[in-house]
Design a protein. Sequence first.
Length: 233
Amino acid sequence: MRYREDTMRRYGQFCPVAQAAEVIAERWTPLVIRELLSGSRRFNDIQRGVPLMSSALLAKRLKTLELCGIIERRSLVGGGHEYHLTQAGEELRPWVEMMGVWGQRWVRRPVSPEEADPALLMWDMRRSINVERLPDKRVVVRFDFREAPKGKRSWWLVLARPEADLCLHDPGFEVGLTVRTDAVAMASVWVGDLDLLGAIRTRLIMLKGPSHLRRAFPSWLSLSPLTEVKSAR
């Protein structure tokens, strides 16, 4: 790996664990690597997975990862560029996955209002749509989160094969289904703390739209893959 002397703080140890931590254990870096491993390539897509991280800091972390040989930046025809993991970056996949398993088993806490970020929630949900369960025709699902900060209150999932798209602004298509809830309830469903059908029955999550879309909605959503990991607590 290559890096400049001034790109990171040093522990002053020859231990490989210490030297690896210098590269990948800086604040936000594991989450940036998580986004890259999840398939994000463009700067804006990576930032959607770390919405509380400033653009300047994200650019700095990406530059450090590039200098260390963990990612490479590729120019695109017509302008812009993408970030791709190198072999060194791909070899971090088991580490990130085990962090998630360990966190789910030992330290994950119930979803709080402070941590129920609608931006991260919707980005994660978009990546886990059961595309094969979607209708043949495009369906737009609008999510309205009560008490969410201005600018994060309404989201639109454009569900169409081969993949779903997420919009913060009205995409201009007819809305087929509206989901009214709060971010804590929806995030609690996503991480497996609440049953989706139970949340709908108790009106923690309210669906407005044709009955066939309301019935089909639960089959479109997959939960976080870490819900299969049982808590040790």
